[in-house]
Ligand binder design. Structure first.
Ligand code: PSU
Ligand code: MN
Length: 334
């Protein structure tokens, strides 16, 4: 009782919402097999604003210690904008929604030696008692199990270039088709095939909105050359879309927020770095879930760290927007 999703989504928590929460005051709350940090559990219970954050961006997306300072700053921005941050990961086989600072630091230090966990990897990571950083797909899934509807990251995965042949299509896209979580991001990286990514999102029925823009953003740059399928101009409008989708039992939403102009990469420079990184990946036979981490690392090296600065700036901006959407959504539900 008291949970917003109980009757609306029969798959939520596989029925665990009907049971009472196993929780002692000040201890983690258990919802299904997901552990909620005490402040997250309290916020979910009172239907307050909560923002989920992913962890692959920490372990595989950025180097230590920049990844740790980014993760801490993003949590602080979410708090400063009135919402409770909940970084999501699997720690020693336990799926956690809301990490302690020690757990955050551990993931940041583990870096790529943590498992990269997408939806397909969740069960085996848990069963092995392993520590894994969750991608957008696995983070959406665990956020939903915990009753969290707004999620902030850098960029969503997509259809990789030549994906029509390799079939390397991120599990993020199919997750967006079925899991009712709003992913606040800076669009999809231009290492991807953005037109096909948007086509695939349409096929999946995911709602894709530009935030204050008509064009779908391309992560390091504000423009992709592709129109955003929809547009909202305020956090309240975005929250209204999320609420309307929830009431109908629809899937996910991409809220695409362009990188602030002052942090935007020079289009030609970043495109050169991307082309070269892609060629090197092909040469080295990098494929599957190693692709995105490899490309991000090479682009960072080739731009002399500039791409990392852009990446950090866009995530922080997304955190501000995501927290405001969460606050508006809580307001609409009150
Ligand atoms: N955004 C970033 N850095 C990242 C990612 C997103 O700024 O590292 C991660 C997310 O976890 C996303 C993943 O789900 O990249 C996509 O990986 P793949 O292409 O293997 O699906
Ligand atoms: Mn892939």
């Amino acid at each position: 009782a008291g949970h917003r999703d109980v009757r609306l989504n029969p798959t939520a928590g596989s029925g665990s919402f009907g049971r009472s929460w196993g929780r002692k005051r000040g201890a983690d709350a258990v919802l299904g097999s997901v552990q909620l940090a005490p402040d997250v559990a309290e916020a979910v219970r009172r239907r307050g604003p909560v923002v989920a954050l992913e962890s692959t961006i920490i372990s595989h997306g950025m180097p230590y210690p920049d990844n740790l300072s980014m993760a801490r700053e993003v949590e602080a921005i979410v708090r400063a904008n009135g919402a409770t941050p909940a970084t999501i990961a699997i720690v020693d086989g336990v799926p956690r929604v809301g990490l302690t600072d020690d757990q955050l630091a551990r993931l940041a230090k583990l870096g790529p030696s943590a498992l990269k966990v997408s939806r397909r990897d969740v069960a085996s990571c848990i069963a092995r008692g392993a520590t894994g950083a969750t991608t957008v797909s696995a983070t959406m899934l665990l956020a939903h199990r915990a009753g969290v509807e707004i999620f902030v990251t850098g960029g969503v995965g997509g259809v990789h270039r030549d994906g029509q042949n390799t079939m390397d299509v991120s599990a993020d896209l199919t997750e967006l088709g079925k899991t009712p979580v709003c992913v606040v991001c800076a669009g999809a990286k231009s290492v991807l095939d953005i037109p096909r990514t948007l086509e695939y999102l349409e096929t999946q029925g995911a709602c894709v909105l530009g935030y204050g823009v008509d064009e779908f953003p391309a992560f390091f740059t504000r423009k992709s050359g592709c129109a955003a399928p929809g547009r909202v101009d305020t956090a309240r409008e975005a929250a209204a879309v999320v609420k309307a989708g929830r009431r109908l039992g629809l899937g996910g939403t991409v809220l695409a927020v362009p990188i602030p102009a002052e942090h935007e990469a020079d289009g030609a420079t970043s495109e050169r770095a991307i082309e070269r990184a892609l060629a090197e990946a092909k040469e080295a036979g990098i494929s599957g879930n190693a692709s995105t981490p490899f490309l991000l690392k090479r682009i960072r090296e080739l731009t002399g760290g500039k791409s990392l600065e852009s990446n950090v700036a866009l995530v922080k901006n997304n955190a501000r927007v995501g927290a405001r959407v969460a606050v508006e959504l809580a307001g609409l539900d009150a």
